[in-house]
Ligand binder design. Structure first.
Ligand code: BGC
Length: 252
C-alpha cells in the first residue's frame, strides 16, 4: 500500500487540496481547487474543505494550512484573512465537519517549509534553512535538520521602520509598480536583517514569484545563498499532508 496522506492549502484566492505520496512528496491524482469563498469566514472555509475532501473521496487524516499563527489548533492571527478567524478553534471546527477524523492545522509557510525541506530545495541540506513565501504577505518557516520551529512571523519584523512584508512582499512590488530589480533591493534589505538576527545557512524563496526567480534572485546582494522553491503550487498541500500523517501517528 502506498504511504499517502491529504493536504489542503487555504489561500486568499483558492483552496487547494490533494492526496500526497509521502515517499516522493508528489500528488497522487488531481490537485483540486475551489475559489476561496467570500467572505472567507471559518464556516465557509470549512464547507469548502469538506467539498474538496469529498471530491477526492478521501477518508483518512487531513492537514489544513492557514495564513495564520496556529497554536494548539487555535488560530491566533489573521493578517491577510477574515478577522473572524482569530480565536477560532480550527482543530475542532475541521475535525467536526470532517467527521471526527485526525486533522492537523498549521501555518501556510510552515507547511511549505516542511515540504521544501523534505522533498524540494532543502532536501538533504544540513544546517539552518529559512523558507520565505513572497505573496500578499511574507510567510516564514525556520527549519534545522528537518525540525521546524513553528509560527515564526518574520514577515512582520520591522525593517528600517516598516514591516518586512509591507516593504518586500510580492504584493508590495505590485502596489508600488516596481520592476524586479528595484524590488530585489527591498528583498535584500529584509534578508540582511534576517541574516543579522538568525544566521541561516540557506534561504529558500517560495510563493508564486519564485517561478520568476531568474528575474530577481540574481539581483540580491545579501550574504546567504538564496535558492528558489521547487514544489511551487503544491508545497502547502504536501506540508499539510505531512502534518496530518504526523498527527495520526502521534495518536496511534
Ligand atoms: C501572516 C503569516 C503567513 C504569511 C503568508 C503573513 O501576513 O502573518 O502567518 O504565513 O502572511 O501567508
Amino acid at each position: 500500500m502506498t504511504n499517502t496522506s491529504f493536504g489542503v492549502d487555504v489561500g486568499g484566492s483558492g483552496v487547494k487540496g490533494g492526496v500526497v505520496d509521502l515517499d516522493t512528496g508528489e500528488l497522487v491524482g488531481d490537485r483540486i481547487k475551489i475559489l476561496t469563498p467570500q467572505p472567507a469566514t471559518p464556516d465557509a472555509i470549512a464547507a469548502t474543505v469538506l467539498e474538496i475532501v469529498r471530491q477526492a473521496r478521501w477518508d483518512g487524516p487531513v492537514g489544513i494550512t492557514l495564513p495564520s499563527v496556529v497554536t494548539e489548533g487555535i488560530v491566533r492571527t489573521a493578517a491577510n484573512i477574515d478577522h473572524a478567524w482569530i480565536g477560532t478553534d480550527a482543530k475542532a471546527l475541521f475535525g467536526t465537519i470532517l467527521g471526527g477524523r485526525d486533522v492537523a492545522i498549521l501555518n501556510d509557510a510552515d507547511a511549505a517549509g516542511k515540504a521544501e525541506d523534505r522533498y524540494g530545495a532543502g532536501k538533504d541540506f544540513e544546517g539552518v534553512v529559512i523558507l520565505l513565501t513572497f505573496g500578499t504577505g511574507i510567510g516564514s518557516a525556520i527549519i534545522h535538520n528537518g525540525d521546524l520551529v513553528p509560527n515564526t512571523e518574520f514577515g512582520h519584523l520591522e525593517v528600517r521602520g516598516k514591516e518586512a512584508e509591507h516593504r518586500a512582499s510580492s504584493g508590495a512590488r505590485q502596489a508600488k509598480g516596481w520592476g524586479y530589480k528595484r524590488w530585489a533591493k527591498e528583498v535584500s534589505l529584509v534578508l540582511e536583517t534576517y541574516e543579522a538576527l538568525l544566521w541561516p545557512d540557506l534561504f529558500i524563496a517560495g510563493g508564486g514569484i519564485s517561478r520568476k526567480h531568474e528575474k530577481w534572485i540574481p539581483h540580491l546582494t545579501n550574504r546567504t545563498k538564496v535558492v528558489p522553491a521547487q514544489l511551487f503550487n503544491t508545497a502547502g498541500i504536501v506540508g499539510g499532508a505531512m502534518a496530518a500523517a504526523e498527527a495520526a501517528a502521534r495518536r496511534a
